[in-house]
Design a protein around this ligand. Sequence first.
Ligand code: MTE
Ligand code: HPA
Ligand code: MOS
Length: 770
Amino acid sequence: MKNIDSYNHVRGESIYLDDIPLQAETLYAAVYDSPIAHGKIKTLDMSEAKNAKGVIRILTAKDIPGENQIGGIVPDEELLADTHVHFCGMPIALIIADSEEHARLAVKKIKATFEPLPVITDPRVAKEKGELIIPPRTFQSGNIETAWKDCSYIFEGRADTNGQEHLYIETQGAYAIPQENGAIRIYSSTQGPTAVQRTAARVLGVPMNKLEVDTTRLGGGFGGKEDQATAWAVLCALASFHLKKPVKYSLHRMDDMRMTGKRHPYSSDFKIGLNKDLKILAYEAVFYQNAGAAADLSPAVMERTLFHCTNSYFVPNVKATAYSCRTHLPPNTAFRGFGGPQGMFVIEAAIAKAADELKIPASSIQEKNLIRTGEEFPYGQKADSEANECWQKTDELYQIKKLQEEINHFNASSDQYKKGMAIMPVCFGISFTKTLMNQARSLVHVYTDGSVGISTGAVEMGQGVNTKILQVAARIFSIEPSRIKINTTNTWRIANTSPTAASAAADLNGKATEIACMQILERLKKIAIEECVVTADIDKTEIPPFELKDEWIYINGKKTEWTWNKLVMAAYIKRVSLSELAHYTPPGIHFDPSKEKGHPFAYHVYGTAIVSVTVDCLRGIYEIDNVKVVHDFGKSMNTIVDLGQCEGGIVQGIGWMTMEEIVFDKDGKLRSNALSTYKVPDIYSVPKEITIHALETKRDNLAIFRSKAVGEPPLMYGIGAYFALRNAILAFNPNANIKFDAPMTPEKVLLNLYNEKSDQDMENGQSKSG
Ligand code: MTE
Ligand code: HPA
Ligand code: MOS
């Protein structure tokens, strides 16, 4: 079944925030944000702005009736800076005017002076200065201290990954409309309507039940609207609260890029130990997460880095420590993979380093160490592993050895162009790592004409969750998909929702929908058995089997004269409820942070990708030739949607690893602040070929209809692009001293192609073998 939104999307009829018809007297907001990264506000002169054309009011921290606080995990983030600013782009004042243009023009008329304070942009420096968001955490298994003694080879190094701009097509935005009795309806382009509701209640000092947050769909979120949609929605609500008028704010692209956080850059140290058979015996990693100026979701992101620090591998002795470091950048936030990719990059770098030094392909280390069923991750959960199956299937289908030989053959006969290939196995845990967030509710109404309306906590952001939820109801009721409507995500209909994140929306909300539909079906079944007895000519002494198939009712396998519609009407006449609100939470998950052990994930998703590239060694430019994947879908309930998720994730992952380069200067100013200076993959830079083979696994799992979550895992295949480029560079210049420092932009490729390991590097080489 195709995505239910495809028709409207193509015709431009889908409703995004900017498509909501505006009410009369709507006002427009714009933010005056900090021009410096760290300092004390000395003076704030708003007189000229106040008198500017069309300006209605300017709000500052003093105008907040409740708490000036939007921090979700740690209360460390002001909505509007009061006395100090902590990053370039931090909102200081909110201007409300009669038009968007007037609001923006007035922003330029605000004059402020600051007493600058020292700016930190490097997480290692922040750590040295004790600037940590939360205390460090360490995941451990086995005994790392004694394990080094058993290693034949030990290698150490450093690996860095940069941030990533979400670049959702629809920028951040909200529209708040006052209702009667002090209530406010907030339309918000958010992945977390409840986060908006909770935070707006806190800032306004009103109870949550006064705030109706409604989200139709997002033009992309990718994690960037899990937490960071909240500020803009709360600002609109604040203005609407004071002025009793509808207030809208949707950010311009450059404002969005400047003021919002991104994927966390990480700087990490690794040490890996192997025995003679290439088994990884020990792995130690230290992660320095660049959290930015406030916690936002950083502690949770950091936790997932630790969970995924060994990727798809079983390592018996592990010690991984992570520091969430406070710097003066916009608070970094969720981004597809949520810290997992940053952790995986480091162990892949460690393996690549070991492979270089041992003069063997990385794949021979990777394959040897894939986690097997029953083996334990460092956090105590035992694997139900498809890692080896994915790898073997990849080899069988695409023939790793042959591909490598073809590349070697090409490289031997080509001077200007060199090819490189890398294999990227992935293992990603499904569930919010915070156990309590794994819950969802679904409200299903069957109307008397047999049509169905469904509301859940899931937010549609292009990933197709609404299509999947619709499929769930269509399957349980066995009715035409066209008879089902998925409604907006709304905090008055569905309360206390978790954000649509962690790839878990279809599982959690789909299962809640399944339960709701099953309960309605049970009631209908009772009526069918009572009412259909006469027509179906059945044995009245036993409870006959009931079946609904394509809108017809079958009793004891015999088609009756009853349709879905007739049955629904009969239930209504008998005063039987045709509505249900169901709750779902996955069984068996738990985690004890005091021990850093537990069973945090409902299940894992596995896969293996081969990424091949060609580098132009004269210019440093490159192409991604192909990505060949075997991906563990469980049993996909929607192949089109799931393949789309894979392709999108892969391209986004490749972008992060190759061309997307966020640049902050030493003063904490974003230099890559527009699409002219920040490059994302376009149609010309996507891989020439992406082949995805579905590994359909029979194993039972907790996914909806055994269709495994797919939103985030494929992004991590993109990491292979970095290592493929690295291999191509090494084919040209075997002495290149390539730092593990992503992204591998064409500039960096060029520098590496012509860089030689200096004598000093060789002497100081951190690697030793024994
Ligand atoms: N796909 C599209 N088209 N747009 C998005 O914003 N977000 C990704 C992924 N796929 C995203 C997307 C992220 S970060 C997550 S967590 C999942 O979708 C969330 O949706 P799901 O739980 O329904 O998979
Ligand atoms: N993944 C994504 N988003 C989240 C998580 C998670 O594990 N925890 C809190 N928000
Ligand atoms: Mo996705 S980063 O969990 O929104």
